[in-house]
Design a protein around this ligand. Structure first.
Ligand code: NAP
Length: 247
């Protein structure tokens, strides 16, 4: 079997209805995994893309407005892959930033990631669904400060941190925990940036690859990190950014 194959694996991807999560779900399914597309609204478009590619997928309603929403999902279900992709961003000057915007982002982008991963790993380890893999979607703001996004930056730095501690604790138990730090990827999330001519030009000027990333650029990396080929990779936060951080 190819070391990149995910045949026989069961995967769950959060926020799989659109953008990066959709591309990851399609990529995992294309490599042979049966993918649960989790989202707070329907994932019909993703299910159709996977079916058209000859893959297998189902839908699970999951809203991380309750960061413990993933607790009942994994026991007895046979998952060996989890991709924590769902995320939100709130923008305001730090001087004016509200507690509500702090809590909303921390709940979805960090607290839900930790407790969903805990529930996944408890089941995978107890039920012998190993080797297992967790991929967290981090950000350039896991390394850089950004501007006007304090809760997002704090949460994404936190994602890099928990990726490392969980890798340390679970590597010997057969669970690989890694993260991907996407650069500037063309999704709903970045529509406003791309629409702003000056910002768009400044961003493109700094990207050595000379283009925005596509969601598929992240999908392929996620499939690799879940595969046997990546079995000795633990606690990595892999930049997939067209070279942005190398500048
Ligand atoms: P997106 O198109 O806005 O997708 C975000 C996903 O998260 C959507 O599926 C969204 O569902 C889901 N989500 C948000 N709140 C949720 C909740 N409470 N419960 C369940 N799902 C929820 O943005 P994207 O660019 O693909 O972002 C995906 C991930 O990549 C995020 O973690 C983001 O921080 C990260 N990222 C993106 C970039 C970039 O350049 N695009 C760069 C670095 C990191 P709805 O469609 O229902 O809102």
């Amino acid at each position: 079997m190819s070391p990149f194959s995910l045949d026989g694996r069961r995967a769950l991807v959060t926020g799989a209805n659109t953008g990066i999560g959709q591309a990851i779900a399609v990529s995992l399914a294309t490599q042979g995994a049966r993918v649960t597309c989790a989202g707070r609204r329907n994932c019909d478009e993703t299910l159709a893309l996977i079916a058209a590619a000859g893959g297998h997928a189902d839908f699970l309603a999951l809203d991380f407005a309750d960061p413990l929403a993933g607790q009942g999902v994994f026991a007895g279900a046979g998952y060996s892959i989890l991709v924590n992709n769902a995320g939100i961003i709130r923008r305001a000057e730090s001087l004016d930033f509200t507690e509500a915007d702090w809590d909303a982002v921390m709940d979805v982008n960090l607290k839900a990631v930790f407790f969903t991963t805990q529930a996944f790993a408890k089941a995978a380890i107890a039920e012998g669904n190993t080797p297992a893999a967790v991929v967290n979607i981090a950000s350039l703001l896991s390394f850089q400060g950004g501007i006007r996004v304090p809760s997002y930056t704090a949460a994404k730095h936190g994602v890099a941190g928990i990726t490392k501690i969980l890798a340390n604790e679970w590597a010997a138990k057969g669970v690989n925990v890694n993260a991907i730090a996407p650069g500037y990827i063309a999704t709903n999330n970045t529509e406003a940036l791309r629409a702003d001519e000056a910002r768009n030009a400044a961003i493109l000027e700094r990207i050595p690859a000379g283009r925005w990333g596509a969601p598929e650029d992240i999908g392929g990396t996620a499939a690799f990190l879940c595969s046997p080929a990546a079995r000795y990779i633990h606690g990595a936060v892999l930049n997939v950014d067209g070279g942005w951080l190398a500048r």
